[in-house]
Design a protein around this ligand. Structure first.
Ligand SMILES: NC(=O)C1=CN([C@@H]2O[C@H](COP(=O)(O)OP(=O)(O)OC[C@H]3O[C@@H](n4cnc5c(N)ncnc54)[C@H](OP(=O)(O)O)[C@@H]3O)[C@@H](O)[C@H]2O)C=CC1
Ligand SMILES: O=C1O[C@H](COP(=O)(O)O)[C@@H](O)[C@H](O)[C@H]1O
Length: 500
């Protein structure tokens, strides 16, 4: 596979802005530590945390290591001590020049220990969107090092709709070029999402039936078994569509449905993603099911959270069907569904094939190709097999590629590890390009405005119990688009023939 990127090798400082926050603690620092442990970070790297909170290095180290796993292993513990020695903290504001001048002075002090002329700075914004613009501007004005490479990594949310996204992107672009900007959608760093390119384009057997002639419907599902506990106030401003569908699931959809890119280069891949997204019209109201969880099994409902506005109609569950108007996919429903407080943790793609032509077979199960993104990565194809024995009867079984079994000793890196490494390498393939965002917002903005009551009363989400599969309306919703459940009698992993 082609790689011709500008990798940051030596003399690099990674500056984590928002270092006192949740994302930094839970994702950024554990990812940086794991990369450090495996020797993937540039030689002599320094990591600088920056935030408003005043704390000393001891307190900072305590915070950033609280989510690091495996520290009872002496090797890990030793590496962690090394890691701490190269990460330091400095506090400052997000909206004033002197704070950033101070940060720059501190970076220069650290850099004075580097050999040679080159200095590279990677700014990771683990910050709320309200300060993206001033921070990006101050970083450019006060902390940009002209004698080296500068990169800025930004996290979603990239706006709240088409207009605000354009405003945000436009403001960031005034200071940072597209080449210097890395917009994270961490789903693009997940192993099974990256695997889609290989599964699709390196297997003639699969690509032959990858279209409307063979496929009846596709579901891309995100399920989380916990609610918005503690984040209700934040979540209420965004809702499940902005949180999951407009970004993570749409990214998965675009890779699943795009045409084959000319090469593995970032621009070739993203050109194809944009092309397929442009063939999707805005989501229709009657192709959408909205839900909100209510208390059940001793768990609180969404509205029981004190940080959620009284009577909020913010959806915590959404299923919505997208249509792709191109020759490959015309007429195939793509159902994106995501919800909080459901019965399990699961993210999967389920491609359901059409019925076999009737005649010699009646009422047999459809083939399904399931790509399980998490937990426990797997690809399995549900297919009919002759019941072993003298009877001529078809039963549903599966061809199963479970990663834990097939790749027993493989280490699957966390999405954030893989993406930070890509940013250091200068590889944009798994980051979101500006025009991708634009077209993604075009698809979802009308429905979001409807939900927010911009053009009339807001729709009321249907209730579903905490810990359930979602609203009871889900089954009829999915059936409407042709999904058929595998006939009962399907058993995994072993079929008990005596019971058939
Ligand atoms: N490699 C592996 O690990 C493999 C595992 N298996 C396992 O075999 C089992 C069956 O496989 P599979 O058919 O793919 O998965 P499921 O039976 O879990 O789901 C099949 C579909 O039916 C829906 N569904 C699940 N339960 C209900 C219900 N009670 N009422 C209505 N709809 C429901 C699911 O939707 P929704 O997700 O929205 O609830 C999903 O779309 C699963 O436990 C699977 O994990 C099978 C093959 C390989
Ligand atoms: O972006 C987000 O993703 C997480 C789920 O990420 P995962 O890697 O654990 O699948 C979700 O919990 C959060 O609400 C959302 O903002």
């Amino acid at each position: 596979m082609e790689t011709s990127h500008e990798e940051l090798k030596d003399n690099t400082i990674i500056i984590v802005l928002g270092a006192s926050g949740d994302l930094a603690k839970k994702k950024t620092y554990p990812a940086l530590f794991n990369l450090y442990r495996e020797d993937f970070l540039p030689k002599g790297v320094r990591i600088v945390g920056y935030a408003r909170t005043k704390m000393d290095n001891t307190e900072y180290h305590k915070r950033i290591t609280s989510y690091i796993k495996g520290t009872d292993n002496p090797d890990v513990a030793n590496k962690l001590e090394e890691f701490k020695s190269l990460t330091t903290y400095i506090s400052g504001g997000y909206e004033d020049s002197p704070s950033f001048q101070n940060l720059n002075k501190y970076l220069e002090e650290l850099e004075s220990g580097y050999q040679g002329q080159e200095r590279n700075r990677v700014f990771y914004l683990a910050l709320p969107p309200s300060v993206f613009i001033p921070v990006a501007q101050h970083l450019k004005e006060e902390c940009y090092y002209k004698g080296g490479k500068n990169r800025i990594i930004v996290e979603k949310p990239f706006g709240k709709d088409l207009e605000s996204s354009r405003h945000l992107l436009g403001a960031l672009k005034q200071h940072w070029s597209e080449d210097e900007t890395f917009r994270i959608d961490h789903y693009l760093g997940k192993e099974m999402v990256k695997n889609l390119l290989v599964l699709r384009f390196a297997n003639v057997a699969l690509s032959a039936g990858w279209d409307k002639n063979s496929i009846s419907n596709v579901q891309i599902t995100f399920k989380e078994p916990f609610g918005t506990e503690g984040r209700g106030g934040y979540f209420d401003e965004f809702g499940i569509i902005r949180d999951i569908l407009q970004n993570h699931l749409l990214q998965v959809l675009s890779i699943l449905t795009m045409e084959r890119p000319v090469s593995f280069s970032a621009e070739d891949i993203r050109d194809e993603k944009v092309k397929v997204l442009r063939a999707i019209p805005p989501v229709e109201r009657n192709d959408t099911l909205l839900g909100q969880y209510v208390s059940a099994n001793g768990k609180p409902g969404y509205l029981d959270d004190d940080t959620v506005p009284h009577g909020s109609v913010c959806p915590t569950y959404a299923a919505t069907t997208l249509w792709i108007h191109n020759p490959r996919w015309e007429g195939v429903p793509f159902i994106l569904k995501a919800g909080k407080a459901l019965n399990e943790a699961k993210v999967e793609i389920r491609i359901q094939y059409k019925d076999v032509t009737q005649g010699i077979f009646k009422d047999i199960s459809r083939n399904e190709l399931v790509i399980r993104i998490q937990p426990s990565e797997a690809v399995y194809l549900k297919l009919n097999t002759k019941l072993p024995g003298l009877d001529m009867r078809a039963i549903p079984t599966e061809m199963d590629l479970t990663y834990k079994r097939r790749f027993a000793d493989a280490k699957i890196h966390e999405a954030y590890e893989s993406l930070i490494l890509d940013a250091l390498k200068g590889d944009h393939s798994n980051f979101v390009r500006d025009d991708e965002l634009d077209v993604a917002w075009k698809i979802f903005t009308p429905i979001l405005h409807w939900i927010e009551g911009r053009n009339g009363p807001s729709p009321k989400p249907v209730p579903y119990p905490y810990g359930s599969r979602g609203p009871k309306e889900l089954e009829p919703f999915i059936s409407k688009y042709g999904f058929r459940r595998t006939e009962t009698g399907y058993e995994w992993p072993v079929t008990n023939l005596a019971a058939l």
